[in-house]
Design a protein around this ligand. Structure first.
Ligand code: SF4
Length: 233
């Protein structure tokens, strides 16, 4: 695909693809994206969505996978990343923030996440993702519509205006039951925290197990009004 496509072209491409792929399987959506964008396609994974990584590498072997190594991950998440890099046909790329946690603490004071999680996410997630995505024309993410009230209108293919690229959500329509079935059928490597009551996993200081009856992402930034890290803004 030409790298000189302008916003109108990209919007048209996303609209056409979204309409055509609305009922396609996740594998078909990834295969379309690979054909369309070649090496200009990347998966962004938190390693809480290893089912996405598994299906992406099955449809597009050798695909680049970006992982944001915020410095605040659970050890289990880092272990999952390392296992995925070993076991799956991916080119795993870990992106780190410009500052270590110690450097950030020195400049902003300790535990910025407990005082200003938006600022902490901007420094440790949003900026590194922007940097990591820059070389690509399209990115794949694992968001699903049923995950949260903020995600009910996710499209399979969308124009990412913030980054002037195409954003692809191949499992937007999947239910949790479909995720579980895919993991079981394919013996997908998963973050062991899912066996310990967690249903959505981010940085350790900002993640807790959801309480009975809460939505699966309720344990993220609990106590703050925050529901998203800003990556999908
Ligand atoms: Fe900081 Fe928490 Fe955001 Fe991680 S999730 S970057 S620790 S505020």
């Amino acid at each position: 695909m030409s790298s000189t496509l302008v916003e109108a072209d990209l919007r048209a491409l996303a609209d056409e693809a979204d309409a055509r792929l609305a009922d396609a399987s996740a594998a078909e959506i990834v295969a379309w994206a690979r054909e369309q964008f070649g090496d200009g396609l990347v998966v962004a994974s938190s390693m809480a969505d290893t089912h996405l990584v598994h299906l992406a590498q099955a449809a597009a072997p050798g695909i680049d996978v970006l992982f944001l190594d915020t410095g605040y991950h659970f050890a289990e998440t880092i272990g999952t990343r390392d296992a995925v890099a070993q076991a799956y046909q991916v080119n795993l790329i870990s992106i780190t923030p410009r500052q270590t946690v110690a450097e950030q603490d020195a400049e902003y004071g300790p535990k910025l996440h407990a005082r200003s999680p938006d600022q902490c996410c901007a420094l440790r997630k949003v900026e590194p993702l922007e940097r990591g995505l820059k070389p690509y024309a399209a990115w794949i993410n694992g968001m699903r519509r049923e995950e949260s009230p903020t995600r009910t209108d996710i499209r399979v293919a969308d124009y990412d205006a913030k980054r002037n690229m195409i954003k692809i959500s191949p499992i937007a329509a999947w239910t949790q039951g479909q995720v579980d079935a895919y993991i079981e059928d394919n013996q997908v490597l998963i973050n062991p925290l899912f066996f310990d009551g967690y249903t959505s996993i981010g940085c350790e200081p900002c993640t807790r197990r959801p309480l009975p009856g809460e939505d699966p992402r309720a344990g993220r930034w609990a106590g703050f009004g925050k529901t998203e890290c800003g990556l999908h803004a």
